[in-house]
Design a binder for this molecule. Structure first.
Ligand code: AMP
Length: 129
């Protein structure tokens, strides 16, 4: 069965899209640690990041770096952190999280955003790509 992220790539589930290439996709995390929390994924449905072939892994890092730079310009923060977990969704993904304190990296306190806030954030990040 297709992962929830494959369904997002295919447009079967809505998302707040940030970027797309032939191999990669980026969108806002629906339950963000902080405003601008973004997920970068390969379109290939591979569960674990370190099981990606080397080329795809390195290209995902390069794609994530571009997205992180756009987040940094669009979202006030000290830095953009990168985290890999994968306990919830078995489709490799990189979390890019605008950090102002260690709390933002802990996946415990979450931001509740309106649809309009998600849309504005996505548009602001896209504008800086
Ligand atoms: P993990 O697999 O533990 O790295 O966490 C998966 C992440 O995917 C969590 O931060 C979720 O909030 C996020 N997530 C799950 N479903 C969606 C969705 N439909 N749209 C955006 N983000 C999602």
């Amino acid at each position: 069965m297709a992962s929830i992220f494959t369904k997002i790539i295919n447009g079967d589930i809505p998302c707040y899209k940030i970027a797309e290439t032939d191999k990669f996709f980026a969108f806002l995390d629906i339950n963000p640690n902080a405003k601008g929390h973004t997920l970068c994924i390969p379109k290939a449905e591979v569960d674990k990041l370190f099981d990606l072939d080397d080329d795809t892994y390195l290209e995902l890092m390069a794609f994530s770096k571009l997205v992180a730079a756009a987040i940094k310009k669009a979202v006030p923060c000290k830095r953009v952190g990168m985290t890999v977990i994968g306990l919830e969704v078995p489709h490799a993904h990189v979390h890019l999280i605008p950090l102002n304190s260690m709390e933002d990296a802990r996946f415990l306190s979450k931001e509740k955003l309106s649809d309009a806030e998600f849309q504005d954030l996505a548009a602001a990040i896209r504008a800086n790509l």
